[in-house]
Structures are given as C-alpha cells and as structure tokens.
Design a protein around this ligand. Structure first.
Ligand code: FES
Length: 86
C-alpha cells in the first residue's frame, strides 16, 4: 500500500493493496468525482504536489506522466507517500 496526504488537511490516508486511491479517499470522507473508474475518461484527474506515481491510466500524455503533477486515482497509485491537491 501507500499513503496519501491531502494538501491543507490533517492526517494521512492509507491505500491498501487491492484498494483504489479513489476508494480510500472516499472512505476518508473526501469526495472525488469519477465516471469510468477504469482510467479512460479523465473525470477523476487529480493534481499531485509531490511523491512518486505508479500510473495505470490510458489517457495521460508522456509529458504529463514525466511531469508527475497529475494522476488518475481510480486506477493509479503512489509509491510510499504522495501529496495531492483537491
Ligand atoms: Fe475515469 Fe478515473 S474515473 S479516469
């Protein structure tokens, strides 16, 4: 698993193996809009401030992947600890 910190919010959200970042955020009471939940529509697109990402979506460009400032929490993950901005 890995951890998510939401900028400006206390505490850390743990994402277990087999759980999506989207589910973990919702379980923590954080609403993130979604649609496909399969990494193809872009609805859940979320800004990332820091941390290493493990992308599993089908829509980000090579530049966006390399930039490390955005991920799709319905399918993608982080390594260790990531900080996001909602
Ligand atoms: Fe469609 Fe995440 S909900 S890409």
């Amino acid at each position: 698993g890995f951890e998510i910190e939401v900028s400006g919010r206390e505490g850390t959200i743990f994402v277990a193996e087999g759980q999506t970042a989207l589910d973990a955020l919702r379980a923590a009471g954080i609403a993130v809009e979604s649609s496909c939940e399969a990494g193809v529509c872009g609805t859940c697109r979320t800004r990332v401030l820091s941390g290493q990402l493990d992308h599993h979506d089908y829509i980000l460009s090579t530049e966006e992947r390399a930039g490390g400032n955005v991920f799709l929490p319905c399918v993608s993950r982080g390594c260790g600890r990531i900080v996001i901005d909602l």
